[in-house]
Write a protein that binds this ligand. Sequence first.
Ligand code: SIN
Length: 292
Amino acid sequence: MEQFALDAIERITTRKRHVYDTLGVEPLTPLIGAEVSGLDLSKDLTPGQDEEIRHAFLTHHVLVFRDQNLTPDEHKRFAQLFGALHPVALPTPDSDPYVLEISANQKSRWVAGDGWHVDGTADAEPSLGSMLHVTSVPEAGSGGDTLFANMHLAYDLLSPAMKTFLTGLTALHDGALPWLRKGQSPPRGYDVPRNEHPIVVRHPDTGRQLLLVNKPYMSRITQLSETESTAVLDLLYAHVARTPLLHCRVRWQPNTLVFWDNRCVQHHAVWDYFPHARHGRRVSVRGARPQA
Ligand code: SIN
């Protein structure tokens, strides 16, 4: 590994380990993800717990809470501690506009999120983060894990020359692309979001730089020719998908809730359990426009 990459990893792994008073926080890897214990999310949090969850969230980017028996209202109430709720893009009639049901079974022909992505970057203000509460998992040994990738580290592991090249570039994110790439049209009446965001952005809470690329929604880098844009984006998508150092893997149990920072994390729901079933509910928190 190159020295600049070793330096980036060392900066993270030699950080003084924070001592938590009100929670247990066990990292999944030294670079991304942590299991948090000692909390019942259906109950009010103490100010100390609230502060420590926020600290753990900004440090580890993906928090896993086990054994959380939550109603949809309790789930939404926990999410609202972090901001107003981000509405579901295409709610079905009679569904809660803030709760996305995520289900797959033997009738499924596709599942939500089966590929590396960031949620909703075609929006002007993509969500701050999402909380997925999985209530039923495939039979033992049937998979259904979710992978997460640290996009701060994805940026840090690029060479200084590549970082300089990407700085100042912007890309178009087009909400119609997931349909168009399947030869379909977006649903009638859907006000398709399209927005341009920088490729190198700063996390609004920590100021740390990160790589904002998102294969399902990105059409092209505005300042490059189409051929150049495709080559650069393919390289960056492959960097995210093929660098296991960036990743952690969450193995779900019934009543696990995972809260991820959509501003600095990509995720990939692994659909390796067909024809078995899996069910969960996702609630998201409103975010802000990504800034360079
Ligand atoms: C998603 O939010 O993209 C789905 C995640 C999952 O089902 O694990």
